[in-house]
Design a protein around this ligand. Structure first.
Ligand SMILES: *Cc1c(COP(=O)(O)O)cnc(C)c1O
Length: 424
């Protein structure tokens, strides 16, 4: 069985907690993790998040702090900012947002006032909560108008987006999402935003690593603001960044601090700087392209097994499976696959006739398995396991799920994950 990593101080101080951390290490080592928003960070990124930088308060920005003793922190944050500017080719970067949702909230604070109209993709169509969805603060404090995808193609209908924008005159338009298997046409969004004089925010949380690695077109020529998390395909610590043209730099910085946040998480800033250093290496381009190649190969293998994929396939790291034709609800499939050592999430599909908490689909992605070094040759095997898992879910066949779990663990033992104990 997989051993966990040594954490001697943690084990001595709190054995109960240390045991839970160890169990999570083994879980991440032994399972096939297909959640498209998750990844494995490098050991170096893990180390950077665990430094004494965590002990500091640093409200303000480099050279303009409200606390003394910032000699080193200023340099760390400047390093992260300069690397972000270089990796994404932007004029301005703010690396302080605590996570993707606060980063988006800062964009609202910078460019809109409560009650203003804002526009984004609706959550059940693949957008994010913070793009103006009702239960989110962004849909409560702002008038969120939402676009979706076409019924026949499951792709964004730019005629609909343009008509809606002309009619509603939003202050901000968000593009990007959490369950979008296709390339985001930033140029088309940019044209519409300019026509109606809206600020275009490209939320690249899911695809930042693909953009950095040249495996997805960049929003930079088209978007006023770029919002991203740092912990998904970018493979950094849990955190976020806002990037923009120089003209919006002041508004964004003011919105993040003092508008929305207090002190930045300096240990996270250090790990972001490191992740950006890793993303600038030639090997990261290979990684980003391998993520997409794996997703395409996995999609092909699933199609060959009769799975119905939203939009018919993928251009990026993500595949959305509509299980209606398999007669297995998404949640039942996701829970069964979890018992088979394959971690996915249940997800709505566009025009889903089922409820959000019990939807028709599952969402999978290839960032994590690509970080472990799995290649396209193994994607048919993964499709076969998913097929067996879904079939077993429909029949309640626990023996079949246990068999898949054993096979998964065996393969995972041959592909050690960054930052984790060797499986096996
Ligand atoms: C993940 C995600 C977010 C939110 O990030 P959190 O760090 O979970 O707050 C925002 N927008 C998009 C498109 C995302 O995928």
């Amino acid at each position: 069985m997989t051993q966990s990593l040594p954490h001697p101080a943690l084990a001595a101080a709190d054995p109960e907690l240390a045991a839970l951390v160890g169990a999570e290490e083994r879980l991440q080592a032994d399972t096939l993790r297909l959640i498209p928003s998750e990844n494995y960070v490098s050991t170096a990124v893990l180390e950077a998040t665990g430094t004494v930088l965590q002990n500091k308060y640093s409200e303000g920005y480099a050279g303009r702090r409200y606390y003394e003793g910032q000699q080193n922190i200023d340099l760390v944050e400047t390093l992260a900012v300069e690397r972000a500017k270089a990796v994404f080719g932007v004029e301005h970067a703010n690396v302080q947002p605590y996570s993707g949702s606060p980063a988006n909230l800062a964009a609202y604070l910078a460019f809109a006032r409560p009650g203003d109209t804002v526009m984004g993709m609706s959550l059940p169509m693949g957008g994010h909560l913070t793009h103006g969805w009702g239960v989110s603060a962004t849909g409560t404090w702002f008038n969120g108008v939402q676009y979706g995808v076409r019924h026949d193609t499951a792709r964004i209908d730019f005629d609909e987006v343009r008509d809606l924008a002309r009619k509603e005159r939003p202050k901000i338009i968000f593009c990007g999402g959490t369950a979008v298997p296709r390339t985001i046409d930033f140029a088309a969004f940019g044209e519409i935003a300019r026509e109606v004089d809206a600020v275009l925010v490209a939320d690249i949380a899911h695809i930042a690593g693909l953009v950095a690695g040249g495996a997805h077109p960049s929003p930079v020529p088209h978007a006023d603001v770029i919002s991203t998390t740092t912990h998904k395909t970018l493979r950094g610590p849990r955190g976020a960044m806002l990037m923009s043209r120089a003209t919006h730099a002041k508004a964004i910085d003011k919105a993040v601090f003092p508008g929305l946040q207090g002190g930045p998480h300096n240990h996270t800033t250090a790990a972001i700087a490191l992740a950006l250093h890793e993303a600038a290496a030639p090997s990261f381009r290979d990684y980003a392209h391998a993520v997409v190649a794996n997703a395409k190969a996995l999609a092909e293998a699933l199609l060959a097994r009769g799975f119905d994929l939203v939009s018919g396939g993928t251009d990026n790291h993500l595949v959305l499976i509509d299980l209606t034709n398999k007669d297995v609800p998404g949640k039942v499939a996701a829970k069964a696959l979890d018992r088979a050592g394959i971690v996915v999430n249940y997800n709505t599909v566009p025009f889903d006739p089922r409820k959000p908490f019990d939807p028709s689909g599952i969402r999978i992605g290839t960032p994590s398995l690509t970080s472990r070094g799995l290649g396209t040759d193994l994607m048919p095997q993964i499709a076969e396991w998913i097929d067996r898992g879904v079939t077993a879910a429909g029949k309640g066949d626990e023996e079949a799920l246990a068999a898949v779990r054993g096979e998964v663990a065996e393969l995972m033992a041959r592909y050690p994950a960054p930052g984790l104990p060797i499986a096996g």
